[in-house]
Ligand binder design. Structure first.
Ligand SMILES: [Zn+2]
Ligand SMILES: [Zn+2]
Length: 326
């Protein structure tokens, strides 16, 4: 491993809000590594390659992969395959079949994407999850057209990336919502035009900007029912809500079907932002290399593997994304 970011999906797994493949578990799915050795049947990566982890191991052949919906591929359940065993023979699992919070990882080649970039490891590693989810969510899933007014709810790594993508895609106005001031300030540096601490403040901003209509597009990037409800309310009639965050497994939609029909709002989920990792990682890295995406500003703190528990605790209390470097 070169670097591994701590993602809110890791926090969900550790807190029992999602269902990891089994315990004991090596958390971590946002990763950058250097290939050390490959098995005899491996053809898509070679020793020495720098690779980003993909938390979906796309087969590249099934119904979904052929249609460019690689993030929906379920042909290979990498997470069901143990990473190894403890001394007593008990199997150990990796989050999403990866297990990035470790000095070394045994990963299926379908979950690895080679990158030629020489960017700093902590920055580049963010492309593996947060940057791709947020930016692809805008580029691939939202249908954003230049001039659209966009709301981003939740400013963790995914929300920050979505804000930047909306700016790059030519959004006319970008209203971001998050209770943490430092996150709002970071989003303003990434291209947000207004920042609000609450949904009500955001609604007032949008009312002024759009003549009372509301946002054309709202991006839910907090993974919570409350954020989804805010995204729905802030969107204009006929607008689009994209669910990017991972909510707890049992959560149900907070809006009424009647209003969804009469207001004709489109609500769509976008796992991994609808990304095709083998296509999209490279184009997102290119934004960073050309200076149009400041990945360094998205790294909250750099920590060692030994400090992972403190990093998780800090992020649970609203700190920016912590990245383990090796
Ligand atoms: Zn993640
Ligand atoms: Zn497939």
């Amino acid at each position: 491993m070169e670097a591994a970011g701590i993602c809110h999906s890791d926090l969900n797994a550790l807190a029992g809000r999602s269902q990891p493949p089994g315990w004991p578990l090596i958390p971590g799915h946002e990763g950058l590594a250097r290939v050390e050795k490959v098995g005899s049947d491996v053809s898509s990566v070679a020793p020495g390659d720098r690779v980003l982890f993909s938390f979906v191991a796309s087969c590249r052949r099934c119904f979904w992969c052929i249609r460019g919906q690689d993030s929906l591929c379920i042909c290979f359940r990498a997470q069901a395959v143990p990473k190894g065993t403890l001394a007593g023979g008990e199997p150990v699992f990796g989050h999403a079949g990866l297990g990035a919070f470790a000095e070394q990882a045994l990963v299926d080649e379908r979950a690895l994407v080679p990158v030629s970039s020489q960017l700093d490891a902590a920055q580049l590693c963010l492309v593996s999850c947060a940057v791709t989810t947020g930016m692809s969510g805008v580029f691939n899933a939202s249908g954003l057209q230049a001039g659209d007014t966009v709301a981003v709810i939740g400013l963790g790594g995914v929300g920050q990336a979505a804000t930047r993508a909306a700016h790059l895609a030519g959004a006319g106005g970008i209203v971001v919502v998050d209770p943490v001031e430092a996150r709002r300030n970071a989003a303003l540096r990434l291209g947000a035009t207004s920042a609000a601490a609450s949904k009500d403040d955001a609604a007032e901003c949008l009312r002024v900007m759009t003549g009372g209509r509301g946002a054309d597009i709202a991006l839910e990037a907090a993974g919570s029912k409350a954020a989804a409800a805010d995204a729905y309310e802030l969107t204009r009639r006929g607008g689009t809500i994209v669910i990017l965050g991972a909510p707890p497994r049992t959560e149900t939609p907070p809006w009424s079907l009647y209003s969804q029909m009469t207001d004709s709002k489109t609500v769509r989920g976008a796992l991994y932002g609808g990304a095709v990792p083998r296509r999209d990682f490279a184009r997102l890295v290119a934004f960073a290399e050309s200076g149009r995406l400041d990945l360094d500003g998205m790294v909250g703190q750099r920590i060692s593997l030994e400090e992972v528990s403190q990093g998780i605790a800090a992020m649970s209390h609203g700190a920016g994304r912590a990245v383990i470097t090796f």
